[in-house]
Design a protein around this ligand. Structure first.
Ligand SMILES: CC(C)(COP(=O)(O)OP(=O)(O)OC[C@H]1O[C@@H](n2cnc3c(N)ncnc32)[C@H](O)[C@@H]1OP(=O)(O)O)[C@@H](O)C(=O)NCCC(=O)NCCS
Length: 186
């Protein structure tokens, strides 16, 4: 699903969810650097953190280019005044025809207030309105209780648990719970 278009900026009750810009690097670094242990437990990419400011800028430039080309849609989650990066999310066309996967993380000191749910809800609405999209998925480690509550609260159904199909960030085998929402139910 290349050349898809997504809105670059979404405003919700408490958040601005928008395409990254390289100048967001310092705010992103602050969010990741203060959340390393929290993220490393579940996100393999966090094992490679902290990365440098230059590497972070470079990555954000890449994210923006892919967004503009319609290849992949990585969003920053900001406070409404955009002075803080609250987390990251995205709509990722990596699950085959007609599908988009939603991913998310929230900085450690902003969890437990419904912000992942607010983000995933907004991206669910956007994804379901996009042309050619018939299903959305959210995947997580079944043991990640906070993460799996997000699709459950948004009405996604658990369609599959893939046993031992991937690894935890520390190298152990782990399962993947696949939650899906079909367009006709949106
Ligand atoms: C998972 C994560 C995104 C949740 O963010 P959040 O903003 O705190 O999520 P929300 O507040 O929207 O919802 C979390 C839900 O999980 C529940 N929850 C939180 N911790 C829990 C736990 N240990 N056991 C059971 N439920 C838990 C909350 O009560 C809430 O459910 P409720 O509204 O029914 O009460 C955040 O903890 C995070 O970034 N974790 C590290 C990265 C990660 O795991 N990303 C997801 C990878 S699939």
């Amino acid at each position: 699903m290349s050349n898809q278009k997504m809105p670059p900026r979404i405003v919700t009750e408490r958040l601005v969810i928008r395409c990254w810009h390289e100048d967001d690097a310092p705010l992103l670094r602050a969010a990741i650097d203060g959340s390393l242990e929290h993220l490393r437990r579940w996100m393999p990419w966090a094992l490679n953190e902290p990365s440098s400011m230059d590497e972070t800028r470079e990555r954000l430039r890449g994210n923006k280019a892919k967004f503009e080309e319609g290849q992949d849609f990585t969003y920053g989650i900001f406070s409404r005044d955009e002075v803080e990066v609250v987390g990251g999310s995205g709509l990722h066309p990596r699950i085959g025809k007609g599908g988009l996967e939603i991913g998310y993380w929230i900085r450690a000191d902003r969890t437990g207030r419904g912000l992942a749910t607010e983000t995933a809800k907004a991206l669910t609405e956007i994804g379901m309105r996009a042309s050619g999209v018939s299903r959305l998925q959210i995947m997580c480690d079944p043991e990640n209780a906070a993460s799996r509550r997000v699709p459950e609260k948004l009405g996604y159904s658990l369609i599959e648990t893939r046993v031992g199909d991937t690894h935890t960030p520390d190298g152990g085998l782990r399962d993947t719970a696949v939650f899906e929402l079909l367009r006709e139910w949106a």
